[in-house]
Ligand binder design. Structure first.
Ligand code: FAD
Length: 304
C-alpha cells in the first residue's frame, strides 16, 4: 500500500482526530529542523496504539516512535514512515509510598515536580531535561551524576503484535545513553520508579540549584538537542571542541554555541544538512587535534 492508501486505512480504523499527512517534523523537534513525516499519528489511548500497530503490521509500513523530539535530528527530506508521537495524552501518574508509576508521555519536569511535592528524592537530576519519561528510558537520560536507570524498577511496553509486556530493570541493558529499547521496535507505555523519601525543601533546593546551573551554562534560548556528542571517557566534549578552535564556528544556520561548545544551536534557519555537516566537521577537527573519536548522542533519522 502507498502512503495515501495507508492514510485512508488508518482514518477508517482509528477514530483519532490527530492523524496528519506530510507533517513537518521541524514543528515537533527541539532543533526546529526536519522535513515532513509521511504520516504522523498522536494516539490518545493504548487501545488506539494497539489498532495503529495492527494497521502498521498489516500494511507493512515502517514506523518511528517519538516523545518530545528533544534528542532528534530529522533530515531535510523527512521521514518515510508513520511517526507515532507519545506525549501529553499519556500523562497519568500515581504515587504510592516511595513508588511512582507514570505513563511515558509525561515530561520529566512534571515527573520530577510530582516526586518533589511528595517528598521523594532521586529525580532531581531530570527536572531540567526537556524530554519525556519514554525518551529518557530509551536514552537512559542522565545529568549531574544521576540517570534514569538509577530509579527504574520496571517498564511496560507494547510490541507490534499488540502484546503488552513487562520488562524488569536488570533486563534493560542500560548503558551510557542506551537501553534495550534502542532498536525502535517497541513503544514504552509506562514505568515504575523507586525513589527515596526525603525532605521536600531539600529536594526543591537541589532542583533549583541544578536548573540554575543549566541556565547559566547552556544556550537555552536557542533551539538545540542538548549535548550533540556522548562524553568520551576521560575527556570533556566541550573542551575538546573548544581546543579544536571551534567555539562559535558556523555553517549556514548552525553554530557551535559560544556559551557551551558541546551544543550545536540553530541560530535561525538552520537545515538538518547544516547541522550534519557541522557534526562531521567537529568530529574531523577533534580527531585531528586530540585523536579522540566523538560519537553522536543525538538520534539522526530520516532521508537526505
Ligand atoms: C536543552 C537540552 C538539554 C538537554 N539535556 C540533557 C541532559 O542533561 N541529559 C540527557 O540525557 N539528555 C539531555 N537532553 C536530550 C533529551 O532531552 C533527552 O535525551 C530526552 O530523554 C529525550 O526525550 P524525548 O521525549 O524528547 O525523546 P525523543 O527525542 O522524542 O526520542 C529519543 C529516542 O527515544 C525514542 N522514544 C521516545 N519516546 C518513546 C516511547 N514512548 N517508546 C519508545 N521509544 C521512544 C525515540 O524513538 C528516540 O529513539 C537535552 C536536550 C535539550 C534540547
Amino acid at each position: 500500500m502507498d502512503r495515501d492508501e495507508v492514510m485512508e486505512d488508518l482514518k477508517k480504523k482509528l477514530c483519532i482526530k490527530k492523524i496528519f499527512k506530510n507533517e513537518p517534523m521541524s514543528k515537533h523537534t527541539s532543533f526546529r529542523v526536519g522535513g515532513p513525516a509521511d504520516i504522523m499519528v498522536i494516539p490518545e489511548t493504548v487501545e488506539e496504539i494497539r489498532t495503529l500497530l495492527s494497521c502498521i503490521k498489516e500494511n507493512k509500513y515502517p514506523f518511528f516512535i517519538m516523545g518530545n523530539g528533544s534528542n532528534l535530528l530529522v533530515k531535510d527530506k523527512g521521514i518515510r514512515a508513520i511517526v507515532i508521537k507519545i506525549l501529553d495524552n499519556f500523562n497519568n501518574i500515581s504515587v504510592n509510598d516511595d513508588i511512582i508509576e507514570a505513563e511515558t508521555g509525561i515530561l520529566l519536569s512534571k515527573l520530577s515536580n510530582v516526586a518533589m511535592r511528595n517528598g521523594l528524592s532521586g529525580l532531581e537530576f531530570a527536572s531540567g531535561i526537556p524530554g519525556t519519561l519514554g525518551g529518557a528510558i530509551v536514552m537512559n537520560a542522565g545529568a549531574y551524576g544521576g540517570q534514569i536507570s538509577d530509579v527504574l524498577l520496571e517498564t511496560e511496553y507494547i510490541d507490534l503484535e499488540g502484546q503488552i509486556k513487562i520488562l524488569e530493570m536488570e533486563k534493560h541493558d542500560f548503558g551510557y545513553r542506551k537501553s534495550y529499547f534502542n532498536n525502535g521496535s517497541y513503544i514504552v507505555l509506562r514505568a515504575r520508579l523507586k525513589l527515596v523519601k526525603c525532605d521536600r525543601e531539600q529536594i526543591n533546593k537541589k532542583m533549583q540549584i541544578l536548573n540554575a546551573q543549566r541556565t547559566e551554562k547552556q544556550p537555552l534560548s536557542f533551539p538545540s538537542a542538548g549535548s550533540i556528542f556522548k562524553r568520551p571517557e576521560g575527556h570533556f566534549t566541550g573542551k575538546l571542541i573548544q581546543d579544536a578552535g571551534l567555539r562559535g564556528f558556523t555553517i549556514g544556520g548552525a553554530q557551535v554555541s559560544e556559551k557551551h561548545t558541546g551544543f550545536i544551536i540553530n541560530k535561525g534557519g538552520a537545515t538538518a544538512k547544516d547541522i550534519i555537516d557541522m557534526i562531521q566537521c567537529i568530529k574531523q577537527k577533534v580527531r585531528d587535534k586530540s585523536g579522540v573519536e566523538l560519537e553522536t548522542e543525538v538520534r539522526i533519522v530520516g532521508e537526505d
